[in-house]
Design a protein around this ligand. Structure first.
Ligand code: NAD
Ligand code: TYD
Length: 378
């Protein structure tokens, strides 16, 4: 079936993996990647597919209502996969306004424009879908210790629901009450509410997913994993917030893209699906794995870079633990992560070490000058 799908934020970290998957897997679809190319957007992430006949890039701001309305009609969009957002918690602490603008107003702008366009069509909402990508951070934070007070292993390989539930641990479920703490998660929560409101008010066919922390190639090096890989390589200090005891649930980015594919096509309208890997790690343990892996791959002696770990004062309002229960997605749609964490981390570290040019361009800002000039006026 032919479809015209608008993917927003496709030049960002997760977006480029989603665009690549859709362009390659569905040659009969036309994929329109709309991105403002903020500091986080980089068209070099998409070089391998930029010449594909079923792919179009448009530089635009999701807050620009007139432009979005025009594009929806011009490309006869029947599906939206919305990833564009401001995404870094530390930036949201310093400058919350842009988070409200992009994440809340940008999402509302897309919803309103899509709703008007679809309502104006003779077939209405038939065959349409608005898929909003969100985060587990909207649920707030979980306790670090289990109800029994057992210091249970967060860093074992056993990444099954049964293992974790055996400890009586708490998880984020689709029904967990929203309780965002950072300006980033508050803005994402606001956008999630608007998406659900458009379903409940107008009957718009929406779906929302809340995913845990992603890792993998093409992540902007302000986030923990790429920042630390690059710092270890260059023997720069590793700034660990507090004791490094905070826990995150890590998912390989391509597995997130696979989940988005499954949910876009088969997820039930108006539903929420949690996406996660049952893969919880304390930051400090992940950092040790990164040091070990980078040093091994660079042929440095084991433990050579342990002294780069530098504890700094904690992030303001630092959420202690995130952990997703994604059994609904598994039971309903059969999705599961395909990679064990050890494998995913090895691939990821190798990718960053092999793509130093990408990292240098991103850290120097060169990627923006080149590509922004190239697409000026589009
Ligand atoms: P990212 O910061 O790497 O990329 C965001 C992209 O959005 C960039 O390409 C940027 O140019 C674009 N963008 C920003 N503002 C825009 C605007 N006003 N108009 C058009 N484009 C704009 O983000 P990411 O990590 O790829 O996250 C993508 C989505 O997934 C976000 O909605 C985020 O909340 C969600 N998410 C991320 C994670 C994660 O671990 N990275 C986990 C769960 C959910
Ligand atoms: P991050 O990658 O920013 O993702 P998020 O805050 O959305 O979970 O951070 C992951 C964890 O790593 C988080 O607990 C904060 C911590 N962290 C550090 O200790 N130092 C750093 O320099 C960064 C970027 C993160």
């Amino acid at each position: 079936m032919k479809r015209n799908i608008l993917i927003t934020g496709g030049a960002g970290f997760i977006g480029n993996h989603v665009v690549r998957l859709f362009v390659n897997k569905y040659p009969e679809y036309h994929i329109i990647n709309l991105d403002k190319l903020t500091y986080a957007g980089n068209l070099a992430n998409l070089r391998d597919i930029e010449g594909m006949p079923n792919y179009t890039f448009v530089k635009a701001d999701i807050c620009d209502y007139e432009v979005i309305k025009k594009l929806l009609a011009q490309y006869e969009i029947d599906g939206v996969i919305h990833l564009a957002a401001e995404t870094h918690v530390d930036r949201s602490i310093k400058d919350p306004f842009v988070f409200a603008r992009t994440n809340v107003m940008g999402t509302l702008t897309l919803l309103q424009a899509a709703n008007e366009y679809w309502e104006s069509r003779p077939e209405g909402y038939e065959g349409k879908r608005f898929y909003h990508i969100s985060t587990d951070e909207v649920y707030g934070a979980l306790e670090l210790t289990d109800p029994e007070g057992i210091e249970s292993p967060f860093t074992t390989k056993a990444s099954s629901a049964e293992h974790h539930h055996a400890y009586g641990r708490e998880f984020f479920l689709e029904t967990t009450k929203y309780n965002p703490h950072s300006p980033y998660s508050a803005a994402k929560a606001g956008s999630d509410h608007f998406v659900r409101a458009f379903h409940d008010t107008y009957g718009m066919p929406t779906v929302v997913t809340n995913c845990s922390n992603n890792y993998g190639p093409y992540q902007f090096p302000e986030k923990l994993i790429p920042l630390f890989i690059n710092n270890i390589r260059h023997r720069k200090p590793l700034p660990v917030y507090g004791k490094g005891e905070n826990v995150r649930d890590w998912l390989y980015v391509v597995d997130h893209a696979r989940a988005i594919d499954v949910i876009f096509h088969r997820g039930r309208v108006a539903e929420t699906y949690n996406i996660g890997g049952f893969n919880e790690w304390k930051n400090i343990d992940i950092i040790k794995v990164l040091i070990k892996t980078v040093d091994r791959l660079l042929g440095r002696p084991e433990g050579a870079d342990n002294d780069l770990i530098t504890h700094i004062s904690d992030r303001k309002g630092h959420d202690v633990r995130y952990a997703i229960d994604s059994r609904k997605l598994k039971d309903e749609l059969g999705w599961e992560p395909s990679l064990q964490f050890e494998e995913g981390i090895e691939k990821t570290v190798k990718w960053y070490l092999d793509n130093q040019e990408w990292m240098d361009n991103v850290t120097s800002g060169d990627y923006q000058r080149y590509y922004v000039d190239m697409y000026k006026g589009r």
